[in-house]
Design a protein around this ligand. Structure first.
Ligand code: CS2
Length: 457
């Protein structure tokens, strides 16, 4: 049965009053809704902390959520079946271009925390040189579209300072090492362009927290919408599927308080974040590029391929070197990852993970490849993944999504395979392109992946 054929089902609706808005979010995607919004919904003081959430660069989510006043069904899936929860922490949802509402929240002293999920690529203060005009245009006309997330945050900070609305905590929730520092660098660089006095105010009023976030959350499918309609007898156009596992580690001070999130609060997120980025996200990228080049579509399929499983285990051995987490808990972590990757009830598309490789690989895989090279060793699994990535860029079986797609595709396609590998590695880490051992292994892998249709794999 499909919701389109059952127009009479009532739209999913709020079961409790919306909490006052004290949290702001940029990037109203599925991950935010399975993670930060869900933690807020589950907090014991949920009635005091509501979110106003804005679409990121891709508009559209708000059109589905606004008619159901921001509430949606979270479907938690594992082999024991589905468990559904109504998430009601979004008190308001807004489109990406609703700049007047965006600035109004920043001017409101009750708004204490701004979280963001804008993808790895969102932390670039691009377009270079274009930011000044972008923010000036925005401030002249709050209806003017601003596309860069950093531009939107800086515009918000200007509005907050001008309204004298007090301190605010910025909490980035993307998979970047030291994401608070990266956000601070991008915001300060942008702010300096826009208003030379803003950084001093930022220094006194803005806390840049760092976080490690984890919950595997695939894109919503039409089947999920039908499944929720069937089981709840409600029409929810924007449910989210996710896994039972979830983790949130936060290092920040909250001068105006925070929801009673069931998160882990630490003084330094680095050990957690390095473990997660390298082991989970690194293995994801390996499975994504090697997987699509071997004809797989999902994480479960790729992880069930014995060759790729071997490469993942090898990657975990390599990427564990230097992690400051004890070995016993590392093995448990790896076992849990294996179970999570093999969760057959989560259809996690490799295409989704393959996006933004130029940003993701630098955060997830390159540090391990570099560290092993510095010790005179080789990250064979890292080179395997890089080789598959270059093959993917050179001859993509699915569309390449990356802010640098055309540049990287052109580089990958140059002359002999070795030339393509050298140009791509040089574009993301020049030192790696100079490393003869890395070059040899990556080139070998790229040649193998490109030759697979001739039976070379
Ligand atoms: C994935 C992540 O798409 C990707 O790049 O590796 O979204 C991953 O699923 C999450 O970080 C899990 O917490």
């Amino acid at each position: 049965m499909s919701v389109t054929s059952v127009p009479t089902l009532p739209r999913v609706a709020r079961a409790r009053e919306a909490a006052p808005v004290r949290l702001l979010h940029l990037g109203l995607g599925n991950f935010f809704r399975a993670h930060q919004a869900w933690y807020t919904d589950r907090a014991s003081d949920a009635s005091e902390w509501g979110y106003a959430a804005f679409d990121g660069r891709t508009p559209g989510r708000v059109g589905l959520l606004a008619p159901q006043s921001g509430v949606y069904t979270l479907v938690v899936r594992d082999d024991n079946g589905d468990h559904q929860e109504l998430v009601q922490s979004l008190s308001a949802v807004h489109g990406a271009l609703d700049a007047a509402a965006w600035l109004a929240y920043w001017r409101d002293p009750a708004v204490a925390i701004v979280t963001m999920t804008v993808t790895e690529a969102g932390y670039r203060a691009d377009p270079p040189g274009g930011e000044r005009e972008e923010v000036e245009a925005f401030l002249r006309d709050p209806g003017a579209p601003v596309s860069s997330p950093i531009g939107r945050v800086v515009a918000g900070l200007l509005a907050r300072r001008d309204a004298n609305a007090g301190p605010v905590v910025l909490l980035p929730c993307d998979n970047l090492p030291d994401n608070g520092r990266q956000l601070r660098n991008a915001v300060e660089a942008f702010a300096a362009e826009v208003d030379p006095t803003l950084n001093e105010w930022i220094g006194h009023h803005v806390e840049f927290g760092s976080t490690m976030v984890d919950r595997i959350t695939p894109a919503t499918t039409p089947e999920l919408i039908d499944l929720v309609a069937d089981s709840t007898r409600k029409d929810d156009r924007s449910p989210v599927a996710t896994e039972p596992f979830t983790e949130w580690v936060i290092a920040a001070h909250f001068p105006q308080g925070r929801p009673a999130w069931d998160a882990t609060f630490v003084s330094d997120v680095r050990p957690y974040e390095e473990r997660k980025l390298r082991l989970l996200n690194g293995a994801h990228s390996l499975l994504a590029y090697c997987g699509v080049m071997r004809g797989h579509a999902t994480v479960v399929q790729a992880m069930s391929d014995p060759t790729l499983r071997m490469w993942v285990e090898r990657w975990w051995d390599e990427a564990s070197t230097g992690l400051v987490i004890d070995a016993g808990s590392l093995q448990e972590y790896r076992d849990a990852l294996t179970r999570r990757f093999l969760n057959g009830r989560i259809r996690h598309e490799l295409a989704q993970i393959s996006a933004d490789g130029s940003e993701k690989l630098v955060a997830r895989m390159i540090p391990t490849i570099r560290a092993l090279a510095a010790e005179g060793g080789t990250s064979l699994a890292g080179c395997e993944a890089m080789g598959a990535w270059v093959a993917f860029l050179r001859r993509p079986p699915i569309p390449v999504k990356d802010p640098r797609a055309s540049e990287l595709r052109e580089k990958a396609s140059r002359g002999r395979v070795r030339d393509g590998v050298s140009a791509v590695l040089g574009a993301i880490d020049p030192a790696l392109a100079q490393d003869t051992d890395v070059m040899e292994h990556v080139t070998g892998a790229t040649e193998r992946y490109l030759g697979q249709e001739k039976g070379a794999l």
